[in-house]
Design a protein around this ligand. Sequence first.
Ligand code: AMP
Ligand code: ZN
Ligand code: FE
Ligand code: FE
Length: 307
Amino acid sequence: MPTITRSRYEVDLHIHSTCSDGSFTPREIVELARAKGLKAIAIADHDTVEGVAEAVAAGAERSIEVVPAVELSIKNEPEKDFVELHLLGYFIDHQDEELNDILNRIVQARIEQKIRQIKVLQDDGIDVSVEEVFSVARGVPGRPHIAEVVMRRNPGRFASKEELFAEYLTVGGKAYTKRSFSLTLAEAIQVLVEAGGVPVLAHPGAYNKVNDVEAMIRRAQEIGLQGLEIAYTYNKNRPHYGLAPAEMQTLLARFEALADELDLVKTGGSDFHGEGKDIELGEMGMNYVEFQELKIRSSFTATLDQS
Ligand code: AMP
Ligand code: ZN
Ligand code: FE
Ligand code: FE
């Protein structure tokens, strides 16, 4: 068993479980968080809250605070081309009926989209089946599940997963198809707020296809965005793989300044997916004092929602 080192951060609010495209169950993540000395975590799975109850229960047993969360995939409407944005929702009521209805619609659209993507790959002579992809995906299916099966079934066809993504799966790739149902940013903010949550824009530095990210964030703040994810593993994710520490600092400082100017709460997280991605739990995140600010913001949101 590998040695587990203590995490640099006390709080990691961006984690994926087997309920979307992560490789550890919510309970395993809580155990790992405890071993690494984290005080609070959020499982923010793509378009699902299926892992929240298990994580909250495990957290209560292990004295780890678990924030009910979700990471919604949404479309950025004002842009001419389809650009996907990710919106985190923290301290949501994960049993909220409207939220769950909408998540179910998004998941149905995802399933249908993945089937169409697999069909395009098959038509191009690539060995991959819907059944296998959906059995690899233990929860909501995502492109990484398709990639896993394609890489395993077609040795030598792609030099790396990155190459497969670039040719087929990335937005604009040969097998990329839009989802038949997506929320706009305004709709997503509203759904989260109505479920008592704090809407936070995930990894603002990653939207290289948005013409003016800063203007987009200003508009979002006017329609109810309440936070920005600052500390994030940009150097381990697209489109900034290998970003040097100095450039990383510049990127984080830029969004930190914008968050301060717009009175947005600042969050942080690793985007940990478990095995298969070179990111550790708690590699990025926030300290406990910063986490308190988010809590204060969430109690304020809860008051707003009742009025
Ligand atoms: P989906 O949820 O199906 O839209 O897939 C989203 C996931 O695919 C993200 O969480 C990333 O982990 C992964 N992904 C998207 N684009 C790429 C890419 N170009 N290279 C590697 N992984 C990617
Ligand atoms: Zn993911
Ligand atoms: Fe994301
Ligand atoms: Fe994520």
